[in-house]
Design a protein around this ligand. Structure first.
Ligand code: SF4
Length: 365
């Protein structure tokens, strides 16, 4: 069984019909439960639940403190290369965008890692486009070994086979971030115009392959804006729960990336406003109390601060989405970020709000 079977159980359900039958009392009853079912989670994503966000927020705050205290894990992305063979309609690195392409040499990777370590951060998320030729698994493995001298490493790269995940784990990788982008299979096919990423199932099953390989942390998500957010958030939660139930040794977390401007023209289907974003975060926290929730620098500084108590456990800081963005003169970014504060500024903000900034969340002894 794979998550695809769970997706198929719900993909044709009448979401609007289900939402139309819900009452405020139903929502209150669900909020007060210790454990909520998949359909109750969906109810928390409904329009009627919008009137109960305050109640949901109180519960989410309690659950987050119970499970995570007031620790906030900090990480930063490091773009190794921007070669990509895919044509994803929504991305600035897509093969059709005439941008300069490059990848960092190992000594350049080391300079970037050192620049990050100088800020105090000890957790790096490495990213590439999808090109097995431009940024091969061999190359990524070498980069991991270099970066490991300065920080722990997670990867946000193209989907790999289980054996390849095992190999990178052996080299020092401890976490995987892999967004399905959009769970709606038809929209997925439309916006992934060409390239290996067109293979929906290969991507959908990749987080599970990483769990089988015994990845310590697996982080999933949907790129909010590509389809109705209620459905996408629902499938994200179901996917997270499926992995959590099946792979108890792996820490499952969820990111909520909202679409940002990028090189090329693409208009998101849906505008996910702040209130809806908060609703997704709260519903996820109530459905999956033990799941990590990441909020990136795609979001505005003030908004990031406001949602801290509602379930966030991990934040990016000192971010650039350009290859070699810290040590080289580089202006081709994958997308624009909103929170441009330095690591020190984020650290001070967290301390002022009573949070403990965590620069390195674990180390193998
Ligand atoms: S989203 Fe990833 S795979 Fe798609 S074009 Fe951008 S870098 Fe390439």
């Amino acid at each position: 069984m794979s998550f695809y079977e769970v997706y198929n159980q719900y993909k044709n359900m009448d979401f609007e019909g289900y939402f139309s039958k819900l009452t405020e009392n139903d929502i209150h009853r669900i909020i007060n439960k210790d454990k909520i079912s998949a359909l109750e989670f969906l109810a928390l994503l409904s329009p009627v639940a919008k009137g109960s966000l305050e109640l949901m927020a109180r519960k989410a705050n309690v659950l987050t403190k119970q499970n995570f205290g007031k620790a906030m894990i900090l990480y930063t992305p490091l773009y190794l290369g921007n070669y990509c063979v895919n044509q994803c309609a929504y991305c600035g690195f897509n093969v059709n965008n005439p941008i300069p392409r490059k990848k960092l040499a190992l000594d350049e990777v080391e300079l970037e890692a050192k620049a990050i370590a100088d800020t105090g951060l000890r957790h790096i998320l490495i990213l590439t486009g999808e090109s097995r030729k431009g940024t091969s698994v061999d190359y990524i493995e070498e980069c991991v070994k270099v970066i490991n001298k300065y920080a722990t490493v997670s990867i946000e790269i193209y989907p790999l086979e289980q054996e390849e995940y095992e190999r990178l784990i052996k080299a020092g990788v401890d976490g995987l971030t892999l967004y399905q982008e959009v769970y709606n299979e038809q929209i997925y096919d439309e916006i992934h115009i060409r390239g290996p990423k067109k293979d929906y199932l290969n991507r959908l099953n990749a987080p599970e392959r990483a769990c089988k390989a015994k990845m310590r942390n697996v982080n999933i998500g949907a790129l909010l804006g590509l389809d109705d957010w209620e459905k996408e958030a629902f499938f994200t939660g179901l996917h997270g729960q499926y992995l959590q139930d099946k792979y108890a040794d792996t820490e499952i977390s969820v990111s909520l990336p909202r679409m940002r401007p990028h090189a090329g023209a693409f208009t998101p289907k849906v505008n996910v406003d702040d209130k809806s974003f908060v609703q997704i975060m709260l519903a996820l926290r109530l459905f999956m109390p033990r799941a990590g929730i990441t909020i990136s620098t795609r979001e505005e500084p003030e908004f990031r601060e406001n949602v801290l108590p509602l379930g966030v456990t991990k934040m990016s800081a000192g971010t650039t989405t350009a290859v070699g963005g810290r040590t080289q003169k580089e202006d081709t970014v994958q997308f624009d970020t909103s929170d441009k504060r330095t690591v020190d500024e984020i650290k001070e903000m967290l301390l002022s709000k009573g949070y403990q900034p965590v620069f390195k969340d674990w180390q193998l002894l």
